[in-house]
Write a protein that binds this ligand. Structure first.
Ligand SMILES: Nc1nc2c(ncn2[C@@H]2O[C@H](COP(=O)(O)OP(=O)(O)OP(=O)(O)O)[C@@H](O)[C@H]2O)c(=O)[nH]1
Ligand SMILES: [Zn+2]
Length: 301
């Protein structure tokens, strides 16, 4: 049968489920890329050699745009960062770290503010509008905003992240009832703890969009595996770009230097203090990284 290309939407028990030409194929991988130390990920576009109507072999992985380690996911286009107005209170550092990871991986970030029934989303909105990313506010009290979020996810692969308890699962369920993630309450009732098998699965949305259902993965998992060098950090704060070229010294860290155009913009209110505070904190963390930690985690065994 003819080779074709498809998308891995699920991987479990040594099988890869590849969506190709409207059919879900249950596939094994040919040993080929194992030699090269690459294993197929959910989100990979692959070459498929069918062995039957709905079965086949994955014979090659097409070039990846990006890959995350935890959750294991390739070719992520949109990153939905979820934060709640309160319960838990928003943590700007977590949001900014996730946003920096997104930029670093060339993923388009957007922010969804949940639980707006518990208070106004204005404070968060004000910060992130200055960054120039899409910001949506929702609450389970109404469907407002949901349709716009669905539309923003209707192309490419999207993944959700945010601190535990912000309402990711509730939001996903409301975006699409098929998304299987159990909400905090349900999972407690069912006794599904931290140690359940975690597997990522893609669900279709809109015209040609896919949402990654990533049960059990938290912002913490993501942060642990996606490391940004201090030299690369400023580039992950998009609103710094128009200033950072004008600093007096090349290699300016934008934290203390005289003649730093980013610090100048901060003083003039063109960069939000909360964003710069996060930058500073992440810069301090990045300074402490050891050489071995800077190796691409994909290359680590
Ligand atoms: N007041 C209010 N509470 C909400 C809203 N959405 C979700 N919650 C509650 O917030 C809690 C956490 O919701 P989840 O959807 O489980 O949050 P999560 O981010 O998936 O949490 P983890 O699974 O721990 O990562 C639950 O008790 C929900 O009932 C909302 O719009 N308003
Ligand atoms: Zn500077």
């Amino acid at each position: 049968m003819d080779k074709r290309t498809g998308l891995i939407v699920k991987a479990t028990g040594g099988f890869y489920y590849v969506q190709a030409d409207g059919v879900l194929h249950e596939c094994r991988a040919r040993g080929l890329f194992r030699k090269e130390g690459v294993s197929p990920l959910v989100g990979d576009r692959v070459e498929l050699e069918p062995t039957g109507e709905a079965s086949g072999y994955v014979t090659a992985i097409l070039p990846r745009k990006n890959a995350l380690v935890r959750p294991p996911l390739a070719n992520v286009d949109t990153f939905v960062i979820v934060a709640s107005v309160s319960d838990p209170a928003p943590n700007a550092l977590v949001i900014d770290k996730l946003m920096a990871i997104a930029c670093h991986k060339e993923i388009r970030p957007m922010l969804v503010i949940t639980k707006s029934d518990l208070g106004g989303p204005d404070a968060l909105e004000e910060i992130y509008r200055t960054v120039g990313i899409p910001v949506f506010a929702v609450s389970r009290q109404s469907d407002e905003g949901l349709e716009e979020i669905r539309a923003a996810l209707s192309h490419g692969i999207s993944a959700f992240s945010g601190n535990t308890g912000v309402g990711k699962s509730s939001l996903l369920n409301r975006i699409d009832g098929r998304l299987s993630i159990a909400t905090g309450e349900t999972s407690r009732k069912l006794g599904r703890g931290r140690h359940t098998t975690r597997h990522v699965e893609l669900y279709p949305i809109g015209e040609d969009g896919w949402i990654a259902d990533t049960p059990g993965f938290s912002a913490v998992d993501l942060e642990r595996y996606e490391i940004i060098r201090k030299e690369e950090l400023a580039g992950c704060f998009p609103e710094f770009a128009e200033f950072s070229g004008n600093c007096r010294f090349t290699g300016c860290s934008h934290t203390v230097e005289k003649g730093c155009a980013v610090l100048e913009a901060l003083r003039e209110g063109k960069i939000h203090p909360s964003r710069h505070a996060s930058y500073r904190a992440l810069y301090e963390d990045a300074k402490k990284l050891k050489e071995w930690e800077l190796k691409d985690p994909q290359e680590k065994k």
